[in-house]
Design a protein around this ligand. Structure first.
Ligand code: GLC
Length: 707
């Protein structure tokens, strides 16, 4: 297909239509009855609807075929629709939420999960996924941290890259692969006060230093689309932001793929107060090189007038349409508009044992053991009680998993009963629900498993919270169990770091599971009974209180760093330590890993030399297990203030019982560079430190000079 020749045949209306994305019901609903309202709300007529270039969301191969069919019948040039959807952590086989995936510190496994997500989603005829979400997230009040890879720029880049490679695999033209749309560009995770859609006000220096790494690594991995974010940057909404979209994406990063708005985010520039009306919004969008407008019709209703009246050069429209047509060509849709849609194949591939096995492996590696006072693993002879809202719950998929079905998930108590004796399993939400018989059983038991946390619906878009604690009822249950002198383990289901300070003294163990997806109960039960040795590490700090937020590990030193709590005239609080309750990179294991003898092969290097680093790590336990050995650097003097530590590499390594390994790293100038006030990546001479350990707060350190 020669898309330049095709472009020449299109009317201006047909061109503009390619830039509009609508929901599937517009094309298969009864336009006269069911759909007339939404059509009128968008100011469209029926013919304009059938000029759209892409569809948002689709539920099955049959639905996709019906939509594509009814559309192509009316398309003058038979230009196929692209079908896009939010395949964020699985299609029908649901994997752990991205925040949990990051806790696995296993990008290869996450890549496999993305690959499987693509294979399954493609059987429904989906061509593009709005994933990875690469927004650096430092504020757990924000509901969307669940979709992110947490607070570290390096980790954000590693997992953004892994997901794009998994989705796109060996080419987006091939059946079973998805084109990846990285989102939300840019810095949506810096929304003030953790309130969704709120103002973002960060410097360009911070944008480049911390927030861009995920998008950049996704694009370097070949992501084909970028979605703009709802927030402003430097006062201008990202969706019409010339600096972000033109100067940075198009010119500096030479991105020539499709830029798509977020849902209705183009007309929302009116509410932001930077567009007069939809005519103005449409003009600003095209001038910023926004290509597709999602779920609104500012372009459809205004671009023709703007071009015919000379306010916009038609070249801009042609460039945008060519980018969309190129994507369709690269996807192979001109050859096969129904590419991938195959309900028979869906039956065979979806939720296959192979897929579920990967989901179980990733769930095993994504949960994080936060506390274990000689309680875990449980002995199968121990009599257990399971109480809390998740005792029997099987909706443990987390947000953005609507294609998944909770019927595919084993309830927690069923999984646990496969390993031990369950005296009682009751989804109590308050003490009052415990009967006398229940209490008799609790008194007879050896261990109480408290399956609690957030509702899945408390995470995700538009789910910001100011209170990150378990409910008062849950706290009361936990304290009551303690008052009975019963040992207990809290199994947490949540989409964000919670404030657990008041809880930890009352429980003997805490397993942070986030939302582990289809195989969550099996992974949790295996872990409770020692058939899985937990290896997850926190990708986000857990604050002591909401008042501490934002609290993140790679903070600056300040001019008055606090050496201890309550130090006068130092950067600290009167009523709290600066340190989080559980820090970035933290996670316990049933093994005990000892770090010794960090050693550098040189005490000074030039900017172009490589530093070899080694460290001895010993598993001093009878449990085989995996440990994520983390390497951080510190740059003590630079042209801008630098963090007290920054993750630059990590290795997740398996250890046999009592096994000792010498682990090697090579540190290059790329690990030591930073962004200076001219927004250039640079490296200064001077003192640096290398720090290695199994958590950001427990590191062995050696210093060296760059000369
Ligand atoms: C939503 C989200 C975005 C998602 C899009 C399509 O508003 O912000 O992440 O991809 O709409 O569902």
């Amino acid at each position: 297909m020669n898309i330049n020749n095709l472009l020449k045949k299109l009317t201006i209306e047909e061109k503009i239509g390619q830039l509009m994305q609508l929901a599937p019901f517009f094309f298969i609903g009864d336009l006269k009855k069911e759909v007339y309202g939404p059509i009128e709300a968008l100011g469209l007529d029926e013919d304009e609807v059938f000029l759209a270039g892409s569809v948002l969301g689709i539920g099955s191969a049959d639905e996709m075929k019906r939509v594509q069919n009814s559309y192509l019948k009316r398309s003058r040039h038979k230009i196929p629709l692209i079908f896009m959807a939010d395949i964020i952590h699985g299609y029908k086989t649901i994997f752990p939420v991205p925040l949990a995936m990051a806790a696995s510190f296993n990008p290869e496994l996450v890549k496999k999960a993305a690959r499987i997500s693509a294979i399954e989603a493609q059987t429904a005829g989906i061509h593009v996924t709005f994933s990875p979400m690469s927004d650096l997230s430092r504020d757990p009040r924000w509901g969307r941290v669940v979709e992110s890879f947490g607070e570290d720029p390096y980790l954000n880049g590693v997992f953004s890259k892994a997901m794009v490679e998994g989705y796109q695999h060996d080419g987006i033209d091939k059946i079973g692969n998805l084109a990846s749309c990285v989102k939300h560009f840019a810095a949506y995770g810096a929304s003030e006060a953790g309130r969704d859609y709120n103002t973002v006000d960060i410097s360009r220096l911070n944008l480049h230093q911390y927030y861009l790494s995920g998008y950049k690594k996704a694009l370097e991995a070949g992501a084909q689309l970028v979605m703009t974010s709802f927030n402003i940057f430097e006062g201008v909404p990202a969706t019409t932001n010339q600096y972000l979209l033109k100067e940075l994406l198009r010119e500096k990063w030479e991105f020539n793929g499709v830029i798509i708005s977020d849902y209705d985010s183009l007309p929302q520039t009116i509410a932001h107060g930077t567009s007069e009306d939809e005519l103005d919004a449409a003009k600003k969008g095209l001038l910023a090189s926004l290509d597709i407008e999602m779920a609104s019709a500012s372009y459809m209703n205004n671009l023709k007038k703007l071009i015919e009246e000379g306010h916009l050069d038609i070249k801009l429209l042609d460039e945008a349409v060519l980018r969309v047509l190129k994507l369709k060509k690269d996807l192979g849709l001109f050859n096969d508009p129904y590419k991938g849609a195959d309900s028979r194949l869906e039956e065979i591939l979806v939720l296959s044992k192979e897929h579920l096995d990967v989901a179980l492996s990733l769930a095993r590696e994504s949960l994080v053991l936060l506390k274990n006072d000689n309680l875990l693993p449980l002995d199968k002879k121990e009599k257990v009680i399971i109480i809390g809202s998740y005792a029997k719950e099987n909706n443990t998929m987390g947000p953005w998993s609507w294609h998944g079905k909770k019927e595919d998930i084993m309830p927690l108590d069923k999984a646990i009963s496969m390993y031990g004796e369950v005296l009682l399993s009751k989804p109590v939400k308050s003490l009052a629900e415990l009967t006398k018989d229940d209490i008799t059983l609790i008194k007879k038991s050896d261990v109480v498993i408290l399956a609690m946390g957030e509702e899945s619906s408390e995470s995700g878009e538009a789910k910001s919270k100011t209170n990150l604690r378990l409910s008062l009822d849950e706290k009361e249950i936990i304290k009551y169990i303690k008052s009975l002198k019963k040992r207990s383990v809290l199994v947490l289901y949540n989409g964000r770091p919670l404030v657990l300070s008041e809880i930890t003294p009352y429980v003997d163990g805490i397993i942070e599971t986030f939302f582990l997806g289809t195989m969550s109960s099996e992974a949790i039960a295996e872990t409770l009974y020692g058939h899985n040795n937990p290896s997850g590490k926190l990708p986000m700090s857990f604050p002591r209180s909401e008042g501490q937020i934002p609290v993140y590990y790679n903070h600056l030193n300040t001019g008055r760093p606090a050496k201890n709590k309550n130090e006068l005239y130092a950067s600290t609080y009167l009523d709290s330590s600066n340190e989080p309750l559980y820090p970035f990179g933290f996670g316990l294991s049933y093994s005990e890993f000892i770090y010794e003898k960090i050693a550098l092969d040189k005490k000074e290097i030039t900017k172009d030399e490589t530093l070899k680093v080694k460290i001895d790590v010993t598993n001093k336990s009878k449990f085989a297990g995996k440990e994520t050995i983390q390497l951080y650097i510190r740059d003590y003097k630079a042209s801008v203030s630098r963090p007290v530590k920054e993750l630059k590499q990590f290795k997740k390594i398996y250890f046999k019982p009592f096994e000792k390994k010498t682990v090697l790293f090579e540190v290059t100038k790329e690990d030591l560079k930073y962004i200076n006030t001219n927004l250039k990546r640079t490296i200064d001479k001077g003192l640096f430190a290398i720090m290695i350990g199994g958590s950001s707060d427990k590191l062995l350190k050696e210093t060296f000079e760059v000369i």
